[in-house]
Design a protein around this ligand. Structure first.
Ligand code: TYD
Ligand code: MG
Length: 453
């Protein structure tokens, strides 16, 4: 029987039966590579192979929570769900140059100082380079074992002998397994290397942290399957021009997803930011039209950020809609609701929306803050500088209550805000001493806050 060949796209992970220059699923060019054949056990040859019978257990069996090692970097520990779990596999993805190697070198040093036998393998930089960086970060004395290597076989042999508690692989795209016949960085290589390393982690009780570069499309380069193989996926993000960096858990088998850790890139490496709201709002000047502070929740922590909008007549036939830090589709929806339900047209106007500080917001609770920023910019009415805003907007223009009301108000009060524009009919619990302006729908906001409509 002819062997079935599988070709995989390295951008979207789609599979097809023949090679082509362009991926049929996502349209990327030169991204198709042949998948290495799966190992052929007896079962695949049509023979009936007998396996071993499994020991089944019931759900009532007592499980003790896994012991965790703290990095004493609170921002990192929180994102991991309270520290590093033994034998876990973690993927840290991010744009090149964002600071992944810096973060993991600092983490490696901290874990090593806290008693974990730690090995740092760099496939990208020479050992001398890593050593120099460690010295510049003041970590030259940390007991981290270092190697510069890309051959997976040599790495696994070394790890087998060394028996570390934690190994950091920087990066998975540079690893090369001789069991797979394709170039490093290709889908099959990345998949094979990730598989061998995560299997090693489980078998030897060693935690593995894999660094992965992100493509322009925002995916971890190579197959998304790496994300399925690991226990935890963290993204390290930030804007190039800003010094803030956000470590975000997008998947975590050992803790809550959506948790964030905030860091600042300084000359001496990454510094923790214990109070992100104060930092994100630190550049705020005089109250100005188009600026609105959103009382948000990231993971378990309230975070205040500023939305800035600019609305100006367009010189083009097609007005521009430009968004940084927020979803473009969601912006279109809010513009449509303002137009259809409140009679505020944005046709013929360019709209720019920006989250200050390079933060990315995905909570629907930010809808009302975005709408308020757009209205404030369009009507040229500045919102009171001591007011925060939150609430979800439905397609009918009605405002929906959001979760963690009290926490949002508490954080706002802590930062010196005195009032909040909120959806009506929620369950605020204690108002935390904040004046609340409950709004039923967007029309009420337009009329009462901005005197328009
Ligand atoms: P790096 O950790 O090499 O990024 P990645 O591994 O994600 O590609 O970080 C590179 C950037 O960080 C580089 O532009 C310089 C900057 N940086 C600092 O600003 N301060 C520092 O102490 C260090 C080590 C790097
Ligand atoms: Mg790097």
């Amino acid at each position: 029987m002819a062997k079935t060949r599988i070709f995989t796209c390295s951008v979207c992970g789609a599979t097809q039966s023949k090679w082509s220059g362009q991926c049929e699923a996502c349209g990327a060019w030169n991204s198709i590579a042949e998948e290495a054949p799966l190992s052929t056990g007896p079962g695949t040859k049509g023979l009936k192979a007998r396996g071993t019978r499994l020991q089944l257990t019931d759900l009532a069996a007592q499980e003790t929570p896994p012991p965790r090692t703290s990095s004493r970097l609170e921002e990192l520990d929180r994102v991991l769900g309270g520290g590093l779990v033994p034998a876990s596999a973690i993927l840290v993805g991010g744009d090149p140059g964002i600071g992944k190697s810096t973060l993991l070198l600092q983490a490696a040093a901290r874990f090593a100082q806290n008693g974990l036998k730690t090995v740092y393998i760099s496939g990208e930089e020479a050992a001398a380079q890593v050593r120099m960086r460690a010295q510049r970060l003041g970590l030259g004395q940390a007991p981290v074992a270092l190697a510069s290597e890309t051959s997976l076989r040599d790495i696994l042999t070394t790890l087998d002998a060394e028996r570390p508690d934690l190994v950091i692989i920087d990066s998975i795209q540079t690893m090369w397994s001789d069991t797979v016949d394709s170039a490093p960085g290709s889908v099959s290589q990345v998949r094979a290397a990730a598989h061998e390393l995560t299997t090693f982690a489980k078998r030897r009780g060693c935690s593995v942290i894999l660094v992965g570069h992100v493509t322009k499309e925002g995916q971890i380069a190579g197959p998304r399957v790496v994300e399925h193989m690991v226990d935890t996926v963290l993204y390290f993000e930030g804007e190039r021009g800003h010094q803030f960096r956000i470590l975000r858990a997008v998947k975590n088998r050992f803790g809550p997803a959506d948790e964030i850790g905030v860091f600042e890139m300084t000359g001496g490496g990454l510094a923790e930011v214990a109070n992100p709201s104060a930092l994100f709002l630190s550049d705020r000047g005089e109250p100005s039209a188009g600026s609105v502070v959103f009382a948000g929740i990231e993971g378990t922590r309230p975070v205040l950020v500023e939305f800035q909008a600019l609305v100006a007549p367009t010189p083009h036939s097609q007005p521009r809609r430009s968004v940084v830090g927020w979803d473009g589709g969601r912006l279109a929806m809010i513009l449509a609701v303002l137009e259809a339900r409140c009679g505020i047209p944005f046709a013929g106007l360019d709209v720019y929306l920006n989250v200050a500080g390079g933060m990315k917001i995905s909570e629907p609770a930010a809808d009302l803050a975005v709408a308020a920023a757009l209205l404030s910019a369009r009507e040229d009415v500045a919102l009171d500088a001591h007011t925060v805003v939150f609430g979800e907007i439905s397609l009918s223009g009605a405002l929906r209550p959001v979760s963690q009301w009290e926490n949002r108000l508490k954080e706002a009060k802590k930062l010196g805000f005195t009032s909040a524009i909120t959806p009506a009919g929620g369950t605020p619990g204690s108002d935390q001493g904040m004046k609340q302006q409950p709004m039923k729908d967007l029309t009420q906001v337009v009329g009462e806050i901005f005197g328009a409509g």
